[in-house]
Design a protein around this ligand. Structure first.
Ligand SMILES: Cc1ncc(COP(=O)(O)O)c(C=O)c1O
Length: 370
C-alpha cells in the first residue's frame, strides 16, 4: 500500500546524517532533535504548542487524561475509525458513545453528534478519516452550546487545511479544536521510522499539563504532580521527522495527484464510488478508498493480488461490532452507513512514489474485474 523504501532512497543522505548525529551525541531521549522537531511542527501547523509523544494512541490518551474526566463521563466519537480512538476512552473508564458517519466523507456528522449528547457528555473526538477534515465549524458550535471539549484525531490528516465557512479562516487539521492528536506511524503521511506521535494545542494550561503527563507526571525531576505515562518521542525518530516535515507538502501534492488520476479513471462508473472531498477541507489522501456497489470485494482483492497489486479494507468491522467493544447499548443495524461502508470499502495503494504507469496497471486491473 506504500513504498517507504522508495521514499527513503530519495532522502537517504539527509536522513542518514541526521540519525548518525543523534548516535554521535547519544542524546537519545528528549535530545535537541526532539526540541527542534517540536518547534518545526509548531511553525508548520501555526499552533502554539506541540507535545511530542511515543505514538498516536498515547496522544489521544494523554489528551483525555488532561481533561480531568470522571469514570462514566461520555465521549462521543465515530463508529467508523481505527480502534485506537475508542480504545483510549474505554481504557480510562470513560464511556465511548458512538455515532454514524456521512456516506460521502465517512466522517462524523454534527447532526448525529447532537442527538447523542446527554448530561454526561464531556468531549467529542472527531476523526479526520482518510485525510480530510470533519465538519468542524458546527461541531465547535455544539461544543460551545453544551460546554464540551473537542479533541481532533488527526492521525490520518496531518497537513490538511480546514477553512471555516463563517470566518473564512484556514487552519491546519488538528489545530481547530481544544486539542489535536496525531500519529507518526511509518505509513502515515508524516511517518517516522518507528512509532511516534504528537499532541497540539493553543491552550497554555492544557499544554503545560500534557507536557508533564507524557513524562510520568513529573515537572521537576522525581516530583510527580499528576499520574502520568512514559510516552516520549525518541530522538532518532525526531531526527527523521525533521527531514520528512520539510517534504510534507510535496508528499501531500504527490498523493493528491495520484488521487486525481484514480478519480478520473473511475469517474462515472456505476459500481465504483470514488472519494468525495467536502468543500471546507483539503484532502491529503492518507487512504484512497472506494465504495463498491454490487462487486464481489474478496474476488476483486484476489484478482488484484494475483497481479501483485495490494489493496486493503479500512475497516472491515465497525467499532460497535468488535468483540472487545460489544455493548448492550448497541446492536447490528444501529449505524447503517458505517455498516454499509465496512462491507463495501476498498482502499488502493496511495503513496508518494506512485507513477502514472503503476496507476494505469492498477486502475485497468480494477476495471477489468468490476
Ligand atoms: C484514526 C487513527 N487514530 C489513532 C491512531 C493511532 O496511532 P498509533 O498507531 O501511532 O498509535 C491511528 C493510527 O494507527 C489512526 O489511524
Amino acid at each position: 500500500m506504500v513504498d517507504l523504501v522508495g521514499q527513503y532512497k530519495k532522502i537517504k543522505p539527509e536522513v542518514d546524517e541526521a540519525v548518525l548525529q543523534v548516535m554521535e551525541t547519544a542524546a537519545f531521549i528528549n535530545g535537541p532533535a526532539v526540541k527542534q522537531f517540536q518547534e518545526n511542527l509548531q511553525n508548520y501547523l501555526g499552533v502554539k504548542h506541540v507535545i511530542p509523544c511515543a505514538n498516536g494512541t498515547d496522544a489521544l490518551q494523554v489528551a483525555l487524561m488532561a481533561l480531568d474526566l470522571q469514570p462514566g463521563d461520555e465521549v462521543i466519537t465515530t463508529s467508523f475509525t481505527f480502534i485506537a480512538t475508542a480504545e483510549v476512552i474505554a481504557l480510562l473508564r470513560l464511556t465511548p458513545v458512538l455515532v454514524d458517519v456521512d456516506p460521502d466523507t465517512y466522517n462524523i456528522t454534527p447532526e448525529a453528534i447532537e442527538k447523542a449528547i446527554t448530561p454526561k457528555t464531556k468531549a467529542i473526538i472527531p476523526v479526520h478519516l482518510f485525510g480530510q477534515c470533519a465538519d468542524m465549524h458546527p461541531i465547535l458550535q455544539l461544543a460551545e452550546k453544551y460546554n464540551l471539549y473537542v479533541i481532533e484525531d488527526t492521525a490520518q490528516a496531518i497537513g490538511a487545511d480546514y477553512t471555516c465557512v463563517e470566518s473564512n479562516k484556514t487552519m491546519k487539521a488538528g489545530t481547530i479544536g481544544d486539542i489535536g492528536c496525531t500519529s507518526f506511524f511509518p505509513s502515515k503521511n508524516l511517518g517516522a521510522y518507528g512509532d511516534g506521535g504528537a499532541i497540539f494545542t493553543n491552550n497554555d494550561e492544557l499544554a503545560e499539563k500534557m507536557r508533564v503527563v507524557v513524562n510520568h507526571g513529573m515537572a521537576v525531576r522525581y516530583y510527580h504532580d499528576y499520574i502520568g505515562v512514559n510516552s516520549r518521542l525518541d530522538s532518532m525518530q525526531a531526527a527523521v521527522l525533521n527531514i520528512k516535515l520539510k517534504h510534507l507538502d510535496e508528499y501531500t501534492t504527490a498523493r493528491q495527484k495520484a488521487a486525481a488520476y484514480y478519480n478520473d479513471a473511475f469517474a462515472g462508473h456505476p459500481k465504483i464510488k470514488h472519494p468525495v472531498t467536502a468543500p471546507f477541507t483539503t484532502h491529503v489522501f492518507h487512504q484512497y478508498t472506494l465504495v463498491l456497489n454490487n462487486v464481489d470485494r474478496e474476488g476483486l482483492m484476489k484478482h488484484l493480488a494475483d497481479k501483485g497489486i495490494a489493496s486493503a479494507i479500512y475497516y472491515p468491522v465497525p467499532l460497535h461490532m468488535q468483540k472487545a467493544y460489544l455493548d448492550p447499548r448497541y446492536r447490528e443495524g444501529d449505524f447503517p452507513v458505517t455498516e454499509m461502508l465496512s462491507k463495501s470499502v476498498l482502499s488502493l495503494p496511495i503513496h508518494t512514489e506512485l507513477t502514472e504507469e503503476i496507476q494505469k496497471v492498477i486502475t485497468e486491473a480494477v476495471l477489468e474485474y468490476v
